[in-house]
Ligand binder design. Structure first.
Ligand SMILES: *[C@@H]1O[C@H](CO)[C@@H](O)[C@H](O)[C@H]1NC(C)=O
Ligand SMILES: *[C@@H]1O[C@H](CO)[C@@H](O)[C@H](O)[C@H]1NC(C)=O
Ligand SMILES: *[C@@H]1O[C@H](CO)[C@@H](O)[C@H](O)[C@H]1NC(C)=O
Ligand SMILES: *[C@@H]1O[C@H](CO)[C@@H](O)[C@H](O)[C@H]1NC(C)=O
Ligand SMILES: *[C@@H]1O[C@H](CO)[C@@H](O)[C@H](O)[C@H]1NC(C)=O
Ligand SMILES: *[C@@H]1O[C@H](CO)[C@@H](O)[C@H](O)[C@H]1NC(C)=O
Ligand SMILES: *[C@@H]1O[C@H](CO)[C@@H](O)[C@H](O)[C@H]1NC(C)=O
Ligand SMILES: *[C@H]1O[C@H](CO)[C@@H](O)[C@H](O)[C@H]1NC(C)=O
Length: 623
C-alpha cells in the first residue's frame, strides 16, 4: 500500500517537471566578441530562442557605468544601438530576458579601438647636413595606445621601434641621425601597428613614406653692387647670390651714424625628382648600335619625355619611350651622331632636363705597311704605313718602331679619314729579315685600352744586285775531241737571269740562258771552232754583273794554250771566223746546287728563309 502510493507520487512529480518551460529557452547576445571602432554606429542584439510567448528584455551594465546606448525592441529580441562608438562604451553588458515569468541572461565585453589616421612624419624636409637631426612621427587619436607599436624603416629595415603607453591619445616617436649628402632624396617610412585580437588586417597597420631632403650650408655667397660707382638719384642694385637651399640672408647697412639690419629666412623649395641620362660620357664606335637612356627619378606619376640636339642638328636616332623611361636608339653610329643631346622629362607639370655630349670614334683596322718587301740595298727607300677609316684623325699618332725603339712619329690631322706615314731609310745587308712595326694610337678619354692601339710588324726584305758572277771552262785546257764544259754561276737573293754568250763577229751570240744561279754548255768532243771569248751576263731587279773567259781548244799532238782574260773579244777574230757549229748545249739549273751556293751567302740565305726565291723559275731548258 505504502509502496503503491510512493510510485504514484513519483509519477505525478515527473509529470509536473515535464510541463515546466524554464529549461527550454535560451538567451543569445551577438556579436559574441564585440570590438567597435570609435565613431561608428554599432549594435548589440539580444534574442530569446524557443519562447513562443511574450518576452521582455532588459539591458544592464555590469561595470556600473551609464549605458550610452538606446535599446530598441523588435519582434524577436532587443537591440542596443550605439549611435557613435566612444571609449565610454567599453563595458561588460548584460541582457536579461523574461519568458513566461522565467528569467535568463547573457553578457558580452564590449571593446573599443581608435586608429583613424596615417602617421605624420615631420622634420624630414629640412635636414641639416652633417648634424644630428631628429625626425618626428606622430600617430594621433589612438586607442588603446598601449597596444600600438611605431616603427621607423629605412631601406626596408627597421631602424627604431617605440611602444605606445596606456592612457595617451597620440604617440610621438623620434628618430635621430646625422644625414650625409647621399641621404638626400632617400626614403624613410613610419609604420604604426595596433595589435588587438579580432582587429581586421586592414585596420591594424598604417604607414607613410617620405623623401628626405638634406640641406647644405650656403656656398659661393657673392654680394655685388651695380653700377660699380653708384650715383645719387640713379638706379643702384645690390644683390647677394648664394648656392643654398636653406638660407638666412642678412642685409646690413652701415653709415657714419650707425647701422640697420634686416634679414630674411627661406628654404628653397626642393623638387624631389631628377632626370638622369646614361651613359654619362657616351663614346660610341662607328657602326655600333648604341643607346642613350633618360629616366626620371622619384616621379610616381606618368612622365613625358622629349629629346633635342643642343647643337641644332637632326638627331639621326629614334626615341623609344615607355611610361618610366625613354631610350634614344642609334641603329648604326656615324660621325653625324656627334652632338650635345638633351632629354627633357615632365612629371606633374614640372620639367627637368639633362644633357650629355655624344662622342664618336672609328678605328676598325690594323695599319697596313707597304714597300718593306723590296728594299733596294744601299739606296734610299720609302716605306708606307696606312691607317684607314680613322675618326677623329687629329687624335691619332702613328709611330714607326725598329728594335723596340720609336724611329719616327706622325700625328693625324683634323678632317682626314686615312693617315699615311712614310719612313725613309737606306737599308744595309744586315737589315734584311729585320722587323719593322707601325703602331697607331687613338688617344680619346674613355676609350677602352683594347680599342686604343693597333699595330702591325713586318719583316723587311733587302734586295741585292747579282754578285760573284764567274764564267769558267772545264777542263782548264780543253783539248780537241775531248769533253769540254763552259759554265757560269752567280749569287743573287732575288730572281736573276743568266745569259751565256759567245763573241761572234764582235757580237754576243747567246748560247744558253736561264733563271738561276748557274747555266752551262758542254761539248762531248771539243774542236778548234769552240775556241774564243765567252761572256756571262747576270741581271736582277737591283743590277747586273758580267764576266768573260777566253780560251783555245788545243790539238792533242800540239800543245794547247790557255788564257783567261776579261774583255778580250778581238784577239781571236781570225779564230772565231772558223767557228761553225755547236755540238751540245745543256743548261743546268738545279735547286740543290742553288742551296749549296746560297748557304754560303748571308744575303741569299735570308732571302731564302723568307721564301723569297732567288730562282723564280727552276725549269731546265735545252737549246
Ligand atoms: C642643397 O644644395 C646643395 C648645394 O647646391 C646640394 O648639393 C644638395 O643636393 C641640395 N639639397 C637638396 C635637398 O636639394
Ligand atoms: C640686380 O643684380 C642681380 C645680379 O646681377 C640681377 O640678377 C638682378 O636682375 C638685378 N636687378 C635689377 C632690378 O636689375
Ligand atoms: C632676423 O630678424 C629678426 C627680427 O628682426 C631677429 O630677431 C633675428 O635675430 C634676425 N636674425 C639674424 C640672423 O640676423
Ligand atoms: C715616299 O713616298 C711618298 C708617296 O709616294 C712620297 O710622297 C714621299 O715624298 C716619298 N718620300 C721619299 C723620301 O721618297
Ligand atoms: C758543266 O759544269 C757545271 C759546273 O761544274 C756542272 O754543274 C755541269 O753538270 C757540267 N755539265 C756537264 C754536262 O757535265
Ligand atoms: C809542247 O809542250 C811541251 C811541254 O810543255 C814542250 O816541251 C814542247 O816543246 C811543246 N811543243 C811545242 C810544239 O810547242
Ligand atoms: C770548223 O769550221 C770550219 C770553217 O767554218 C769548218 O770547215 C770545219 O768543218 C769546222 N770543224 C768542225 C769539227 O766542225
Ligand atoms: C772581258 O773582261 C775584261 C775585264 O773585265 C774587259 O775589259 C773586256 O771588255 C771583256 N770582254 C768582253 C768581250 O766582254
Amino acid at each position: 500500500m505504502v509502496s503503491a502510493l510512493c510510485v504514484t507520487l513519483i509519477v505525478l512529480l515527473q509529470c509536473i517537471l515535464c510541463y515546466t518551460p524554464v529549461s527550454s529557452f535560451e538567451v543569445e547576445l551577438s556579436p559574441k566578441k564585440p570590438l567597435f571602432r570609435v565613431g561608428d554606429r554599432q549594435e548589440l542584439t539580444c534574442r530569446m530562442t524557443k519562447c513562443s510567448e511574450k518576452m521582455t528584455f532588459s539591458w544592464s551594465n555590469l561595470e556600473d557605468k551609464p549605458m550610452y546606448a538606446e535599446p530598441q525592441r523588435s519582434s524577436t529580441g532587443s537591440t542596443l544601438v550605439f549611435k557613435s562608438v566612444s571609449k565610454n562604451i567599453e563595458n561588460k553588458i548584460q541582457c536579461k530576458a523574461t519568458c513566461l515569468g522565467m528569467i535568463k541572461q547573457a553578457a558580452v565585453t564590449v571593446r573599443v579601438y581608435s586608429f583613424p589616421k596615417v602617421p605624420v612624419i615631420s622634420g624630414h624636409d629640412s635636414l641639416v647636413l652633417g648634424k644630428e637631426n631628429s625626425l618626428t612621427c606622430e600617430v594621433s587619436d589612438v586607442y588603446p595606445a598601449e597596444h600600438m607599436t611605431v616603427e621607423w624603416l629605412r631601406g626596408g629595415k627597421v631602424v627604431r621601434t617605440q611602444e605606445g603607453k596606456y592612457g595617451i591619445e597620440s604617440i610621438q616617436s623620434y628618430y635621430t641621425f646625422t644625414p650625409q649628402t647621399n641621404d638626400d632624396g632617400e626614403s624613410i617610412t613610419c609604420r604604426a601597428t595596433l595589435s588587438l585580437d579580432g582587429l581586421p588586417p586592414e585596420e591594424r597597420t598604417r604607414e607613410i613614406t617620405v623623401s628626405m631632403a638634406v640641406l647644405c650650408p650656403p656656398m659661393n655667397t657673392v654680394i655685388s653692387v651695380s653700377p660699380n660707382n653708384p650715383k645719387e638719384n640713379e638706379f643702384m642694385n645690390i644683390s647677394c647670390v648664394s648656392d643654398s637651399n636653406l638660407s638666412v640672408y642678412v642685409c646690413r647697412t652701415t653709415n657714419a651714424c650707425g647701422r640697420q639690419t634686416d634679414n630674411v629666412t627661406f628654404t628653397v623649395g626642393i623638387s624631389s625628382f631628377k632626370v638622369e641620362l646614361s651613359p654619362k660620357k657616351p663614346l660610341f664606335r662607328v657602326g655600333d648600335r648604341q643607346e642613350l637612356t633618360c629616366r626620371m627619378i622619384k616621379c610616381s606619376e606618368k612622365m613625358t619625355f622629349s629629346w633635342s640636339s643642343l647643337e641644332d642638328k637632326p638627331l639621326y636616332a629614334e626615341p623609344q619611350t615607355s611610361s618610366t623611361e625613354s631610350t634614344l636608339v642609334f641603329k648604326s653610329v656615324s660621325k653625324n651622331n656627334e652632338d650635345m643631346i638633351q632629354c627633357k622629362a615632365t612629371c606633374q607639370g614640372t620639367s627637368k632636363q639633362a644633357a650629355v655630349t655624344v662622342r664618336v670614334y672609328s678605328f676598325p683596322k690594323v695599319p697596313v705597311i707597304s714597300g718593306h718587301d723590296s728594299l733596294v740595298l744601299g739606296k734610299e727607300n720609302n716605306l708606307t704605313c696606312e691607317v684607314s677609316d680613322v675618326y677623329p684623325a687629329e687624335h691619332m699618332t702613328v709611330e714607326w718602331l725598329r728594335g723596340g725603339k720609336v724611329v719616327r712619329t706622325q700625328e693625324g690631322e683634323y678632317g682626314i679619314e686615312s693617315i699615311q706615314s712614310y719612313y725613309t731609310f737606306t737599308p744595309q745587308t744586315n737589315d734584311d729579315g729585320e722587323s719593322i712595326t707601325c703602331r697607331a694610337t687613338l688617344s680619346l678619354d674613355g676609350l677602352p685600352p683594347e680599342e686604343r692601339t693597333r699595330e702591325i710588324t713586318v719583316s723587311m726584305a733587302v734586295l741585292c744586285p747579282p754578285m760573284n758572277t764567274v764564267i769558267s771552262v772545264s777542263p782548264n785546257n780543253p783539248k780537241e775531241n775531248e769533253f769540254m764544259n763552259i759554265s757560269c754561276v752567280s749569287d743573287s737573293n732575288l730572281a736573276s737571269r743568266l745569259v751565256l754568250s759567245k763573241m761572234l763577229d764582235g757580237k754576243e751570240t747567246e748560247l744558253v740562258s736561264g733563271d738561276g744561279p748557274r747555266v752551262s754548255v758542254s761539248y762531248d768532243k771539243a774542236n778548234l771552232n769552240h775556241s774564243g771569248v765567252y761572256v756571262c751576263r747576270t741581271t736582277n731587279a737591283c743590277g747586273r754583273q758580267t764576266d768573260n773567259v777566253t780560251f783555245t781548244v788545243g790539238t792533242p799532238p800540239r800543245n794547247t794554250t790557255m788564257k783567261n782574260t776579261k774583255d778580250d773579244g778581238n784577239v781571236y777574230t781570225a779564230l772565231l771566223r772558223r767557228l761553225n757549229s755547236i755540238d751540245v748545249i745543256i743548261p743546268v739549273i738545279g735547286m740543290g746546287v742553288l742551296a749549296s751556293v746560297a748557304s754560303s751567302l748571308n744575303c741569299v740565305r735570308k732571302a731564302a728563309r723568307k721564301g723569297l726565291s732567288c730562282l723564280n723559275k727552276g725549269t731546265p731548258e735545252t737549246v
